[in-house]
Design a protein around this ligand. Structure first.
Ligand code: OSB
Ligand code: MG
Length: 367
């Protein structure tokens, strides 16, 4: 395939419910959609950078700048046999994995559509449904948090993740255990703690959490190794794992026992497959993270999460938890057993609701 055209859409959608992490609270989501075109086929991707550089140093504006100025010129008019060639082709550009992933994933969609195969099949997926969990942000009160958990358990979700930060941690976990008993439960700190907090984090041990996600800083693999020796709860890294190589070092250092894969963070589907395989080879279970994606990014995530080592429920939930309406048809839904079907149509297997994309678009560019 020869990449003929790349289009960018800067979009904003209101969130159904505000989302609060240790970084702050958001009421809407700004993101960049990417459409690629080749020989009458199209492909869609979503760059998961946010408007602010808090989860990652990338933002929607850096994504735009890097794709327009550097990624598109390296791809337009170039011929590729397989989308696995895209990430290595962009190696001159350091970092900016979310910008690279948005384009790379659109090209995977294009490739799968042009072969009339579901994306999961070309990625090497082995299951037709994925296990779904929810990520619940910090709320105004513990009562409000219990209400949200109650609702998500009733909807069938297989595990609950709550966001924690200093002052919203032990009490929240204790209250969840008291109210809901032994449900599959994990916590995500988004780097809100430092090593001197280890004795406090060890107090989470008796609550039998599946994992604690990214307790320490985003560039701090070694302190996570020290922390893991002091607590029983398995450490799972999210923000720290920017590349397959850092994952290799983190595993070697025993800085984590579980890894969360987000294709945007590591540069796309190919890098995610390599990370997935590396973890499988070391007996490290992985699960699929989420970035409050629209249906386009979410559909990509579902296909990727159909690979075999995604053995824990992911942060991939129904469209209606995030956006109403979503940008795709049909919306993504969760079954009573807490699973989501992997779409079987060509590519990401969902229809893009173009009029809704256009309505959400603040800026458009065609290269
Ligand atoms: O740390 O996993 C995270 C959302 C935005 C940025 C970072 C994270 C998250 C989530 C949301 O936890 C997961 C979802 O999409 O439901
Ligand atoms: Mg996280």
């Amino acid at each position: 395939m020869t990449i003929e055209k790349i289009e960018l859409f800067l979009c904003r959608l209101p969130l159904v419910h505000f989302f609060e992490t240790s970084f702050g609270r958001s009421y809407d989501r700004t993101f960049v959609l990417i459409r690629v075109q080749s020989a009458g086929s199209e492909g869609w991707g979503e760059a998961v950078a946010e408007a602010n550089p808090y989860y990652s140093s990338e933002t929607t504006e850096t994504v735009w700048h890097i794709i327009e100025g550097f990624i598109a010129p390296l791809l337009i008019g170039q011929r590729f046999d397989h989308p696995r060639e895209i990430y290595p082709h962009l190696k001159r550009i350091r970092g900016h994995n979310m910008a690279k992933a948005g384009v790379e994933m659109a090209i995977w969609d294009l490739y799968a559509r042009s072969r009339n195969q579901p994306l999961s099949q070309v990625l090497g997926g082995t299951r037709d449904r994925i296990a779904s969990g929810v990520s619940i942000g910090i709320q105004d009160s513990l009562d409000q948090l219990m209400g949200k958990i109650d609702k998500e358990l009733a909807a069938g979700y297989q595990r609950i993740k709550i966001k924690i930060k200093p002052g919203w941690d032990l009490d929240a976990v204790e209250r969840v255990r008291k109210t809901f008993g032994n449900i599959p439960l994990q916590v995500d700190a988004n780097a809100a703690y430092t090593l001197p907090d280890a004795p406090m984090l060890a107090k989470l041990d008796p609550y039998d959490l599946l994992l604690i996600e990214q307790p320490l800083d985003y560039d701090d693999v070694m302190d996570h190794a020290v922390l893991q020796r002091q607590i029983k709860t398995p450490v799972c890294l999210d923000e720290s794992i920017h590349t397959v190589r850092i994952a290799r070092d983190a595993i070697e250092a025993k800085a984590c026992r579980i890894i969360n894969i987000k294709p945007g963070r590591v540069g796309g589907h190919q890098a995610s497959i390599e990370l997935h395989d590396l973890c499988a080879a070391h007996g490290i279970p992985v699960w699929h993270g989420g970035m409050l994606e629209s249906g386009i990014g979410r559909a990509h995530n579902i296909h990727l999460a159909s690979l075999p080592n995604f053995s824990l429920p992911g942060d991939i939930a129904a469209s209606k938890r995030y956006y109403e309406p979503d940008l795709i048809e049909p919306a993504i839904d969760v079954a009573r057993d807490g699973t989501i079907e992997v779409p079987t149509g060509p590519g990401i297997g969902v229809n893009i609701a173009r009029e809704r994309v256009d309505k959400a678009t603040l800026r458009h560019l065609s290269v």
